[in-house]
Design a protein. Structure first.
Length: 393
């Protein structure tokens, strides 16, 4: 297989990333400048601030990625950049910079879907993981990929033919994405931002059985609904069953619990105490949580994890997949990883995740997803633009 060294650039949300990856597999460098500190006071990503921070970071981040990789602007073979989905203004920073580089250096330019990037993050390590588990390093199709992040909870069936990856969407969230639910619940409980990593680390200190939350209430087309011809069943474009998620209900249930249990004064006290600590550590947050709050956090996470795992595995059975990928920011969650490993293992389905660092937004995944496109000569012209609502096919 031909070799290629690709510079990847990612700027779709609140991380400015640049990475150099050889042949879609070997990470030579992977630099991420996080904007968490900028958005923290607002409890969420502020689009205008994100664009401004990307503008400040893009040149040093790209330079650092090249230096760490021992490469130069001249020595790379192609430039890959995230086209969408994401914040339009944020995407444009990466795209404009990538275009300028490609034009000046006369290098091919490759546009990558951010969601495809998350899926390909798994491939950066899947072969080694599979071999460690005693496998042959081969990837068996169809692959079912759950992309679970701050903006998406999507299920894709992936196929590969002659370096062409194709994706069929067989499920998505009808309202909030899973990561969004983690972030909103953490904000509601005065735990800080972003919520996912905080809840992940607090949950082991609480009792996950303490509060009973209903899994999402929507009628999704699992196997049983499908066979019974449930009227609420949604067929996808190709007539197959769809596996939808919904996480706004559980957020409201947490709010209701907070109100009925009169937790608001203690939440406000915690919020104020944390605001007075410059860089709060987990121990600081934990010390400010009573048992009831820790139990609530653990119960919320258990319910999220069980729902994500149950629906994904139901889809895997329905479509008779041979491999499962779980990627995106929420894939960094420890309980999600162990539950998937356990339950998929019971089903005899191999499951692969990116390492935690590659689960959240980064540019190595963009450079990795660009490699098959490089082999196929799938380059974009200088007039391509950002696509904030870009779909993956
Ligand atoms: O993929 P990502 O970095 O950005 C998007 O494309 O959205 O995902 C960010 C999301 C946030 O909602 C964050 O709270 C969540 O992923 N997240 C986690 C964990 N780490 C990040 N959620 C649960 N557990 C984690 N350890
Ligand atoms: Zn992402």
């Amino acid at each position: 297989m031909p070799d290629a060294t690709i510079l990847g650039i990612e700027s779709s949300c609140d991380e400015t990333g640049a990475a150099v990856v050889r042949s879609g597999e070997r990470i030579l460098s992977n630099v991420v400048a996080s904007q968490i500190a900028t958005h923290q006071p607002y409890g969420g990503v502020v689009p205008e601030l994100a664009s401004r921070e990307h503008l400040k970071a893009i040149v040093p981040v790209v330079r650092q990625a090249l230096t760490e990789a021992g490469e130069t602007y001249q020595s790379i073979d192609a430039i890959a950049v995230t086209q969408g989905p994401g914040l339009a203004g944020a995407l444009l920073v990466g795209i404009s910079f990538a275009k300028a580089l490609a034009f000046a250096l006369e290098k091919p330019l490759i546009a990558v879907n951010h969601l495809e990037g998350h899926i390909h993050a798994v491939l950066l390590e899947q072969r080694q993981m599979q071999q460690r588990q005693g496998g042959d390093g081969e990837l068996y199709f169809p692959v079912l990929a759950l992309v679970v992040s701050g903006g998406h909870t999507h299920l894709y069936l992936a196929q590969l033919h002659e370096n062409l990856w194709t994706y069929r969407n067989i499920g998505h969230t009808r309202d909030d994405a899973a990561g969004e639910a983690f972030d909103k619940v953490a904000k509601l409980l005065g735990l800080g931002y972003p919520g996912g990593p905080i809840i992940d680390r607090l949950a082991p200190h609480g009792d996950p059985q303490a509060v009973k939350f209903q899994a999402s209430q929507i009628k999704h087309a699992d196997r049983r609904d499908h066979k019974q011809g449930d009227a609420a069943r949604v067929a996808d474009e190709e007539g197959g069953p769809h596996f939808d998620f919904s996480y706004s209900g559980i957020k409201t249930a947490v709010l209701r619990y907070v109100e009925t249990q009169k937790l608001k004064p203690s939440i406000e006290a915690r919020r104020q105490a944390l605001a007075g600590i410059e860089k709060p550590k987990l121990e600081d947050v934990r010390a400010l949580c009573d048992r009831q709050t820790l139990n609530l956090v653990a119960s919320f996470q258990r319910s999220m994890v069980n729902d994500l795992v149950a629906k994904t595995l139901a889809a895997g059975r329905e479509y008779d997949v041979r491999t499962l990928f779980v990627s995106g920011g929420v894939a960094a969650n420890q309980e999600l990883r162990t539950t998937f490993e356990l339950e998929a293992g019971r089903q005899g389905l191999p499951v692969f995740f990116p390492s935690r660092a590659l689960s959240t937004d980064n540019a190595a995944m963009i450079a990795a997803a660009a490699f098959p496109k490089f082999l196929r000569g799938e380059f974009v012209a200088m007039d391509f633009s950002a696509e904030a609502g870009m779909a993956l096919r």
